[in-house]
Design a protein around this ligand. Structure first.
Ligand code: ME8
Length: 512
């Protein structure tokens, strides 16, 4: 089965911050999880490079727009590499293949009479790259997202007949039995979209006459395609539209478009309408998460109070950064984060619970079994209990993007093993009952291996390292795929008796 997941394509007017990292890490964790469950995954991210905002910043830096975009897009790529993001595709809207896709779609819509010319004036926020109705501005007449005053703009544009799709959209968003049902999540956000849709739908500008930095409108070269129309089409360009029919048929429609609530309207209304106009299948799920605030303040590039992924990695390392950012807010809800909160979570979950489990298990093995997996039978009841903690709801949580809850499942499995260690007191058994001690250590090792397999999507390098420390055999991804399919613990365990273990060192140094 295929699974196509996307992040938004990020504007290159500034460098990536923790907000972009959050969406991308969530998508990565889910993509890895699906691969481990044998899905044929296509995971897409990329950069959105046209429009007034980017042209302005490039100009201010004394650069040509394309040169500026090349530099900035490379920074996004480098950040995703740093965070061990396993994207299959990376799309840039300045690529030739994308021009072709946009031209194709615009041509189809134009031929169907869905694009028409109209004079238009309104309040335009460059930060959002969109016109605002007065009622949608805050009480000071400012953009609710950027807190800046939109500028009054008036020009002759080509418009897309969005209003034509109102009823069709409402049906597809609200009727779960519709064969083209679009599942908008979370429910509260969907209700907002439905409420707004019911109030009416206005046609939207599809081109700009004043912005040169964009894809020229092929039937009127004095205009460029509106940056949002251009941007949304990336999701089909990347999977082969229009030239690679096999790839396109294989992956489209997207299974999940992931983003924050700021751009949900574009994805759940404008995008499906464009697709319907072009008679293409609609995305299955559109999932929006909340916004991070930092110490109570909204965090965004334009407000200048951002946490950089590089700083997070410097403080916590790559794997812990991936883990921490997804645990800090319940997916779908807004939440406040702070360095203090991140460090507390790091110390509690990773240094204390997980780090401790591995270090004490290995210490006893080193002292008593010459750093080898002991010869013993498995305490199957105990290992099954650990499995149960994970199996019960982990998969459900992962499949439903409740990653913060999946992490709680993981932590409770780790805690269970730590509690068992307290009960068994291996340091006492070392003096009294060597064969029971062997069984305990052998069983802890297998439990740690199971935990590592569930951790693999969150902390890929760390899980591999744990796999080496416990001397588990085979490649962790291959074994995990097998284990997730058949649920069988191999007869001799994952870490076979007699294999060499590795000293773990300090996996998570405590941070003060
Ligand atoms: O909107 N909290 O790009 P963008 C959580 N190019 N997530 C955040 C965040 C925060 N404080 N700040 C940003 C665009 N994000 C368009 C998208 S898609 C066809 C075009 C994340 O660079 C979140 O995913 O402004 C949000 O939706 C996205 O970055 C906006 O990125």
């Amino acid at each position: 089965m295929k699974f196509y997941i996307t992040t938004p394509i990020y504007y290159v007017n500034d460098i990536p911050h923790i907000g972009h990292s959050y969406t991308t890490i969530v998508a990565d964790i889910v993509a890895r999880w699906k691969r481990l469950n044998s899905f044929d995954v296509y995971f897409l991210t990329g950069t959105d490079e046209h429009g007034a905002k980017i042209a302005e910043v490039a100009k201010a830096k004394g650069k040509k727009p394309q040169e500026f975009c090349d530099e900035m897009s490379a920074k996004f790529r480098a950040t995703w590499k740093l965070l061990n993001i396993s994207n299959d595709g990376f799309i840039r809207t300045t690529e030739y293949r994308h021009f072709i896709a946009v031209e194709n779609i615009v041509q189809i819509l134009f031929d169907k009479g869905l694009i028409f010319k109209k004079k238009y004036g309104g309040m335009y926020c460059i930060g959002c790259e969109k016109f605002f109705a007065k009622k949608d501005l805050d009480k000071n007449g400012h953009c609710p997202f950027h807190k800046t005053k939109p500028i009054l703009q008036s020009e002759e544009n080509y418009f897309f007949k969005l209003s034509f799709f109102k009823d069709a959209l409402l049906e597809r968003i609200t009727d779960v039995n519709h064969k083209e049902y679009i599942n908008i999540l979370p429910e509260e956000r969907k209700n907002e979209i439905v409420g707004k849709l019911k109030l009416g739908l206005e046609d939207v500008s599809f081109s700009r006459s004043t912005i040169e930095w964009g894809i020229p409108l092929f039937f009127d070269k004095s205009q460029t395609v509106y940056v949002w129309a251009d941007a949304l089409i990336n999701y089909i360009t990347a999977v082969g539209y229009p030239s690679d029919e096999t790839k396109f048929k294989n992956y489209w429609p997207a299974d999940v478009h992931l983003m924050a609530k700021d751009i949900l309207w574009f994805h759940s209304v404008v995008w499906p309408a464009i697709l319907m106009g072009a008679q293409l299948p609609l995305p299955k799920t559109i999932y929006s998460h909340g916004f991070f605030t930092l110490n109570g303040n909204k965090m965004s590039k334009s407000l200048g109070n951002v946490i950089s992924p590089q700083k997070l990695v410097e403080n916590y390392g790559v794997d812990a950064t991936r883990y921490l950012v997804v645990t800090l807010i319940p997916f779908g809800h807004d939440g406040d984060i702070s360095w203090q909160g991140l460090t507390l979570k790091y110390n509690t979950d990773l240094a204390n619970n997980l780090g401790n489990l591995i270090s004490r298990t290995l210490k006893v093995a080193e002292k008593n079994f010459n750093l080898k997996a002991p010869q013993a039978v498995l305490n199957l009841d105990f290992v099954k209990n650990v499995e149960k903690k994970l199996k019960e709801s982990f998969a459900y949580n992962m499949d439903n993007f409740q990653l913060h809850k999946a992490v709680e499942n993981l932590q409770s499995a780790i805690t269970l093993v730590n509690i068992q260690i307290e009960v068994d007191a291996p340091w006492k058994l070392a003096k009294t009952d060597k064969s029971k001690l062997a069984m305990c250590i052998f069983s802890y090792l297998q439990a740690i291996d199971i935990i590592a397999m569930y951790l693999l999507s969150f902390m890929p390098s760390l899980a591999e390292r744990i796999w080496q420390i416990t001397g588990a055999s085979g490649n962790i991804s291959d074994i995990t795929k097998k284990y997730f399919t058949n649920g069988i613990i191999p007869e001799g365990g994952f870490s076979v008796s007699g294999t060499d273990l590795k000293p773990p060192g300090v996996l998570f140094p405590r941070i003060l």
